[in-house]
Write a new protein. Structure first.
Length: 201
């Protein structure tokens, strides 16, 4: 039995932090896992910027409520879910993800949790497990499942390489250049065909 494991931001929905950066006028927040491989370092840096500007969960959620999935993403996901099991694996947080999952038809999502004070200040974050994407793929494999994985960032590479088939989707030129053996796609129809082929291999 196969299960497809997909990254979320950059693959199915826009990058939340980039959208928030543009809405808040804080350009530093455009930095994502496409730029910084160390996720804990990135998040601690983000929390420091939020504190510096007096911004909390509500401000971010207000921006997220206006974000729609990438054009064609829901149709792609709907068709893929009609063919096989799909789990979205993201380093985002449950407090961010709910409005976006609703727009995607409530797919299964494994992500992380924010620690939020009563006044809405984000004080910390809790990762589900260390190396959550790779750990989840390994756990699925230990349960007798074959995994196919795809993403766009540095933190997706481990799960992609650990799977029987793996792809890059709308990744950066640098990541594509550094991983020439991985097939890279920019459009959903070709991406879906590649996954379909992997399902039958």
């Amino acid at each position: 039995m196969n299960v497809v494991c997909l990254d979320v931001e950059g693959v199915l929905v826009p990058e939340i932090w980039i959208a928030f950066s543009e809405a808040s006028g804080i350009p530093e927040l455009k930095r994502t896992t496409r730029d910084e491989p160390d996720y804990s370092k990135l998040m601690n840096w983000r929390l420091g910027i939020l504190k510096e500007h007096g911004l909390g969960l509500k401000e971010i959620q207000d921006v997220i409520s206006g974000i729609d999935p990438l054009p064609g993403a829901k149709e792609f996901l709907d068709e893929l879910r009609s063919l096989t099991q799909v789990i979205l694996l993201s380093d985002t947080f449950e407090q961010f993800a709910s409005p976006l999952m609703k727009k995607l038809g409530w797919p299964t999502l494994f992500c992380n949790t924010l620690v939020v004070a009563e006044d809405g200040t984000i004080t910390d974050f809790r990762m589900r497990v260390e190396k959550s994407k790779l750990t989840t793929v390994r756990a699925l494999q230990s349960a007798g499942l074959e995994t196919i994985a795809a993403g766009d960032s540095y933190n997706d590479l481990d799960m992609i390489r650990a799977s029987k088939a793996g792809f890059l989707f709308r990744s950066t030129d640098q990541i594509i250049k550094d991983n020439p053996d991985l097939k890279a796609f920019t459009e959903y129809p070709e991406f879906l065909e590649a996954i379909k082929k992997a399902l039958t291999d």
